[in-house]
Design a protein around this ligand. Sequence first.
Ligand code: ADE
Length: 219
Amino acid sequence: MKIDILTLFPNMFEGFKTESIIKRAIEKGKVEINIIDIRDFTPYKNNQVDDYQFGGGGGMIMMCEPVFNAVEKIRTKDSHVILLTPRGKTYNQKKAYEFKEKKHIIIICGHYEGFDERIYSLADELVSIGNFILTGGELASMMITDSVVRLIDGVITSTSLEYESFNDNLLDYPVYTKPRVFRGMEVPEVLVNGNHALIKEYREKERRRITKEYRDDLL
Ligand code: ADE
């Protein structure tokens, strides 16, 4: 799978690609992630990519040409072009599974006051990550990429995906590690007695209890 992220701020992605699970997924060849600088595609002098809006009003608007040039250079028939904007449908785990099946994803990150309206015509899909406004799409693109890459076969152990939060709309069960007693708080007995049928039953019950307690809107 290939993910191309179009941005005006490539440096924001440095740690993202060079740490932990995403780094290993890239090294193992499970995913190719390219951070593409939209400025490299502007036809204007001084790397200009934004300008004032017609009709007046504050803030700079991202111009059409650099974004169109970039998308048209990298898009193929297998590409799915996602534009990040508060206008989009809210992203969720179901979408993450859907995006995981794509061969090539292009994510366009906006910045400043917004995109020139004509840029929306490039998108196959508009996506928002929540009902709040970010300074740009960069963090949103990292969230989406992160959630998709971890679903790719062989990126994390498949047992980690089996019972995790939001599959079947239940949150994950509680987990513990050493020490068995910490400041008087004990690891539940069932988890240390080695009876796997009981452990499975306990975890199923706990998923329901935790979801009801913290997120009963999911039930
Ligand atoms: N750009 C600005 N705010 C955003 C949001 N909530 N989701 C996606 N992209 C955005």
